[in-house]
Write a protein that binds this ligand. Structure first.
Ligand SMILES: [Zn+2]
Length: 71
């Protein structure tokens, strides 16, 4: 018997392809996590547009109801 059960497969760091660390998962280090964040901020990633459910019903401007007390 020589069954080797692999535990969690180590994913490489998406930034530098090094083995990721548990602490900075899925990155290998805080630096790579930071690089990833910067990519987000610079718009390198395509952010999918999520449908925003806004059930706000009491907006300040309602159609047909304006404050016209200036005259
Ligand atoms: Zn890395």
């Amino acid at each position: 018997m020589g069954d080797v059960i692999k535990l969690k497969p180590v994913r490489p760091c998406p930034i530098c392809k090094k083995p990721s660390s548990q602490q900075y998962h899925p990155f290998c280090s805080a630096r790579c996590a930071d690089i990833d964040l910067n990519r987000w901020l610079s718009g390198s990633y395509v952010i999918p547009a999520e449908p925003v459910e806004d059930d706000v019903d009491d907006g300040p401007a309602r159609p047909g109801q304006r404050e016209d007390d200036e005259d």
